[in-house]
Design a protein around this ligand. Structure first.
Ligand code: FCB
Length: 452
């Protein structure tokens, strides 16, 4: 531990992350409108055991306790998301003051606790009314997002400095509109591609709205990036790796950081449809200069060419490899690869790891805590890889653990526990796991730089 803490600058930001639908509950309170996740989770067979975010971990009422937890852990920052349908129940037009007031109180509570608020404006919970009007595949949704960003910035911008526009547009577009395993559950590949473009556009349109009149504002976007490697080094699978890196990483990095879509991916998806949503003039909007890039890193994809002659499909290889309870390979070296790839291929930009963490089956509280050594090992391994990348010149300025609390893990419901703090889903009692104590100690030791 002490050796690890020595590897970070005293100014390195240590934080924990959550998102609105995963923790808030209170879905009908204070005028909140329905989001696509309320609708999706209510449909039979969509989520594990029919779980929904109706109560979640009741953060809407228990937020003072949760803020106190982050303060006790001695972290620097708390990343959360704002529920669009609390602020604008119909996704456009009318503002619900009680919804805004909730985030107003939360921001004040964080600042009083000495924590920096890191709000994300969109973490997947699109207002249902906007989905009814076509959702992300429709251009107008991007314009509505910019208006919503403006409303939130006007309300909180006097106190919030670090803004994130959208979280993991890949998931929102491709899992929501392509694979259909996330809300709104559509399986229309062309719509998924159009959605990804409009998410980019939404981000780009929001950037100036967040900055306007607030010179101290720092604006970024959070992308989920993966290490991608071919199944072997024969060269036979290199094209599969190129395709997946293209669709999962470069399709999102290039427009935002370079102002263009990767040509090879445009060619790969040419027959799918959806790219007619891209207008040449959008790219300059999407590439609005940013203050930081948020990266969520969880795992690596190992890919192989489809064995079927002439097929363009890619196989995802299941390696014999240590896995988390989500079945994701534990691959800290992949974080280093992702960081070096961004450093090598894009203009220099400060990076924050806005999510990293793991689900493990830590169910039992014993002697007032949970011994989640597997999570400690996971985080320590990833932080070593991160520190190695920093030593190589990559500009990484902070790390947010996903997640502060066990919570509603989307289609997996409450079955996957990512928290450094355990939540009993019956009583809603919070209990810091051993990993929370370890993380707190690491943050403290690194910030004060006590030499062993
Ligand atoms: C990310 C999401 C986050 C959480 C983690 C495990 O893709 O941003 O909400 O579900 O995965």
């Amino acid at each position: 531990m002490s050796a690890l803490s020595q590897r970070f600058d005293p100014g390195f930001v240590w934080g924990a992350a959550t998102s609105a639908y995963q923790i808030e509950g209170a879905v009908k309170e204070d005028g909140r409108g329905p989001s696509i996740w309320d609708t999706f989770a209510a449909q039979p067979g969509r989520t594990f055991d029919g779980h929904t975010g109706e109560v979640a971990v009741d953060h809407y009422h228990r937020w003072p306790e949760d803020v106190a937890l982050v303060r006790e852990l001695g972290l620097d920052a708390y990343r959360f998301s704002i529920s669009w349908s609390r602020v604008q129940p119909e996704g456009s037009g009318r503002v619900e003051p009680r919804g805004l007031a909730f985030y107003d109180r939360l921001v004040d509570g964080l600042l009083e606790a000495g924590l920096e608020p890191w709000p994300t404006l969109f973490h997947w919970d699109l207002p249902q009314a906007l989905e009814d009007a076509g959702g992300w595949p429709v251009r107008d949704t991007a314009e509505r997002f910019a208006d919503y960003a403006q409303i939130v910035a006007d309300a909180l911008g006097d106190r919030v400095r670090s803004w994130t526009t959208t979280n993991e547009p890949w998931c929102a577009a491709f899992l929501g509109y392509g694979a259909g395993i996330h809300a709104p559950g559509r399986t229309e590949p062309a719509a998924a591609l159009a959605a990804s473009h409009h998410l980019h556009l939404a981000h780009g349109l929001a950037v100036p709205r967040l900055r306007e009149g607030r010179p101290e504002a720092r604006v970024g976007v959070t992308l989920n990036l993966y290490a991608v490697s071919p199944a072997d080094d024969t060269g036979r699978h290199d094209d599969a790796a190129r395709r997946i890196d293209g669709l999962m990483n470069r399709w999102f990095l290039d427009p935002v950081l370079l102002g263009r879509y990767p040509q090879d991916v445009l060619e790969d998806v040419a027959g799918v449809g959806g790219t007619e949503a891209i207008r040449a003039e959008d790219l300059a909007v999407i590439a609005a200069p940013l203050d930081f890039l948020g990266i969520n890193y969880y795992s690596r994809h190992v890919v192989a060419a489809s064995p079927w002659p002439g097929a363009s499909e890619v196989d995802f290889v299941n390696r014999e490899w240590p896995k988390t309870a989500s079945g994701w390979d534990i691959d800290p070296a992949g974080l280093g690869e992702v960081l070096r790839q961004v450093h090598r291929d894009y203009p220099s930009i400060p990076i924050y790891i806005t999510e990293n963490g793991a689900a493990f089956d830590d169910l039992e509280v014993r002697d007032g805590t949970i011994d989640d050594q597997d999570r400690i090992d996971f985080v320590a391994g990833h932080l070593e890889a991160l520190a190695d990348a920093v030593d190589d010149g990559v500009d990484v300025r902070g790390y947010f653990a996903w997640s502060l609390l066990d919570n509603f893990e989307w289609a997996e419901g409450y079955a996957k526990r990512f928290g450094i703090v355990h939540v009993d889903f019956d009583t809603l009692v919070r209990t810091p796991k051993a990993s929370a104590r370890w993380f707190a100690e690491l943050a403290r030791a690194s910030s004060t730089k006590e030499r062993a």
